[in-house]
Design a protein around this ligand. Structure first.
Ligand code: DC
Length: 230
């Protein structure tokens, strides 16, 4: 059944290393709809905290920081740029110090509260594909389409290992594998917003599929729910 409403949310949630970002970006590009990388927003908050030297348990300072934070997303030649308090931080939010702290920051309740608020505001009135961990369960529980991606730890570690190799980063496979298992477990058992599939989400195990195959399956699912302009 196709949905005739003008605006819609396609929620793509799931574990890291399942190809979520590539899939969401490709869908947005192909159908000329807005793409929102919610992980990047948590990364911006993390960078702001690190820049200001605010510790994870200083709720008062975190709240003050959130009252003043300005996160803007600009699209530049088809590429999203993240502007934090006036500075382009697109590159900085992918660096090691942010990587090492973002998971902890994303589990601070007041941070989640504000980010969810912002995500809902930015998505208002748009056709949008949102990628994250809690979009279908919490941010937009009424999203027209919900996709939940998984993959075996072995495959996720292999994807990361190959990605690192391409970027000249040399970390042994076993270390990466152990990290993947640890992170998955941590994400799913967290007290604050644990990663879980929404009851009405379409779950796809990407272990044995290429990115193209995943995209074809997901687009078919989306087309059952909303009209995409081909
Ligand atoms: O997708 P990513 O690696 O850029 O996400 C960065 C961190 O933010 C990761 O630890 C998971 C967390 N995150 C979250 O808690 N909720 C979201 N909606 C998106 C990301």
């Amino acid at each position: 059944m196709e949905n005739l409403c003008k605006n819609y949310v396609i929620a793509i949630d799931g574990e890291a290393g399942t190809g979520k970002s590539t899939l969401a970006k490709n869908i947005a590009k192909k159908y000329n709809i807005v793409y929102m990388d919610t992980g990047a927003m948590y990364r911006c908050v993390t960078l702001d905290m690190l820049n200001k030297g605010i510790s994870m348990d200083d709720t008062k300072k975190i709240q003050q920081m959130l009252d003043n934070i300005k996160i803007e997303i600009e699209n530049n030649n088809g590429e999203d740029r993240f502007i934090l308090n006036g500075e382009d931080v697109t590159k900085k939010i992918r660096e090691k110090n942010v990587n090492d702290n973002v998971s902890q920051v994303s589990h601070i309740p007041v941070v989640r509260e504000r980010m969810v608020e912002l995500q809902r505001r930015l998505a208002n009135g748009k056709k949008i594909v949102m990628e994250g961990r809690d979009i279908g369960t919490n941010v937009f529980p009424n999203a027209q389409v919900k996709i939940y991606l998984t993959a075996s730890a072995q495959v996720k570690a292999k994807r990361r290992y190959e990605q690192n190799k391409q970027n000249g980063i040399d970390i042994p496979f076993e270390e990466i594998y152990n990290n993947v298992v640890f992170r998955d477990n941590n994400d799913k058992t967290s007290d604050v917003a644990p990663l879980k599939k929404a009851d009405d989400a379409f779950e796809l195990d990407t272990t044995n599929y290429t990115l193209d195959e995943v995209e074809n399956i997901v687009v078919k699912k989306i087309k059952e729910k909303v009209i995409l302009d081909d």
